[in-house]
Design a protein around this ligand. Structure first.
Ligand code: DGL
Length: 255
């Protein structure tokens, strides 16, 4: 059981930002990554569509004998984590959510910008999160349609991506925020472009490390941590073109 892989799922290549963190925190584990680039982006789909895709892919990943599932996609977590847990009550299932709690810890009365997909920001889970942690803060919700596609194409920097970021943050940058939360796992790969737009001051935060630590905690609790030699990493995708597979390798090893 210890040797079975941890499955890591995202709508595309974005979840590799979480896989990177998982490998940093637990290098001995075996990993099976699945990106659904064929159906990306999820962020502009209906809740029903996102839920159906997530449940279908989770079933296939569990059928491969994985010991845990990390939903490395804020959008899929928002739309389907409750249904996944109800369907697989005995499995270890970890979801990612925008790192609002972390931002509020750093800036208890701060101005916090949350960049995420339209679906993540409209779901109840996000409303709960802001009610729970954001009471004393000023939270600015920034839906960012279009950014995921840049990452899926491997276009991580340059004038076009910066212009899109600027357009999407328009209205939230009249005053400098204290923190910018990257509430989509694709966005950490655009950190340079986002930094160029928001300037030097705001802290840019994401949920990858928190999710990796929580996964480790859950596996330890279940006595399922693997020890010994570094594990294997298998990258798979619903659109396994040479470009996507090359990009996946690149993103996984990017600093
Ligand atoms: N990477 C995903 C997230 O964390 C979803 C991106 C998308 O497919 O729209 O929200």
């Amino acid at each position: 059981m210890h040797n079975r892989p941890i499955a890591v799922f995202d709508s595309g290549v974005g979840g590799l930002s979480v896989l990177r963190a998982l490998i940093r925190v637990m290098p001995e584990e075996n990993y099976l990554y699945f990106g659904d680039s064929k159906n990306a982006p999820y962020g502009d789909k209906t809740t029903q569509e996102i839920r159906a895709l997530t449940l279908r892919h989770a079933q296939a990943l569990f059928a491969r004998g994985t010991k845990a599932l990390v939903v490395a996609c804020n959008t899929a977590t928002s739309a389907a984590i409750s249904e996944l847990r109800a369907q697989y009550p005995d499995k270890i299932i970890i979801g990612i959510e925008p790192a609002l709690k972390l931002a509020v810890t750093h800036f208890p009365r701060g101005r916090i910008l949350v960049m995420a997909t339209e679906a993540t920001l409209r779901e109840r889970k996000f409303a709960f999160l802001t009610e729970r942690f954001g009471q004393r803060c000023e939270i600015c919700k920034c839906p960012c349609p279009g950014l995921v596609e840049y990452v899926e194409r491997g276009e991580l920097q340059g004038a076009a991506v910066e212009a899109t970021v600027r357009e999407e943050l328009n209205g939230c940058l009249d005053r400098t925020p204290d923190a910018v939360v990257l509430g989509c796992t694709h966005y950490p790969f655009l950190r340079g472009a986002i930094r160029a737009v928001v300037g030097k001051t705001p802290e840019i935060l994401d949920g990858a490390d928190g999710t990796a630590k929580e996964t480790k905690r859950r596996l330890a609790e279940a006595g399922l941590l693997r020890t010994g030699l570094p594990g294997r990493v298998e990258l798979t995708n619903s659109l396994p073109t040479p470009e996507i597979m090359r990009l996946s390798e690149q993103l996984l090893s990017a600093e």
